[in-house]
Design a protein around this ligand. Sequence first.
Ligand code: GLP
Length: 245
Amino acid sequence: MDGATPRYHQLKAMLREGIRAGAWRPGDLIPSERALSDRHGVSRMTARQSVTELVQEGMLYRKQGRGTFVAWPRIAQGLAALTSFTEEMEARGLRPGSRVLDQRVRPATDAEAVRLQLRPGTSVCAVRRLRLADDAPLAVECAVLGFPGCEHLGRADLAGGSLYALLAARFGVIPHAAEQEIAAGRGDAETASLLGIAPGDPVLLLRRTAFTDRDHPFEYAESVYRADAYTFHTRLVRAGTSVSG
Ligand code: GLP
């Protein structure tokens, strides 16, 4: 450590560099304050200050009684464009992945039939997937697909890629518009364990009904996103003013 810059600042920069370089990945436990102070020849207070500032900046997070971990960089997602998970991750240079938790063709429930404008009991394909970015879990998505031929989705390979790309290529179903709402919630025990968070931790609940260009709803999806991994943003324009400029 050099003499000119405050020591906590230098330790902070080293920790930040370690995270950037991938020495610690999101979700990894970083060394304790005691280990940091021993290893870098700084006081416990200096180590604590460095870690605390990185926690305040959102780069690290503390779990009571368990230590300090590397946080997931937040994904800033616009709210105006209709995109797929795969497109969102690829646009950020992240490798999208999926683990299929359940995939089955079954009769639509009454509520699903209303949302998808189907007769009650029509076959739909329900797909529940854990969505990953660079192998880190980000969301659990449960999509119910209903359109002519959707029963063939029951055996489609959804682990390898994009559902929306498959719908377009195999079924000519092209997402055109969607209604989406976002609400705050808490992860139940199963979802939390899939997402690598503690039961009761905050999550974002997304509900999307997606339509084809003929205005047919083909998907109703309920997704649970890690609240610490996402920021949604939108541009607001005051009513009565011009959109340009
Ligand atoms: C988003 C939506 C889901 C949709 C999914 C498709 O995550 N919230 O409703 O099913 O994208 O993503 P992909 O084409 O990557 O499977």
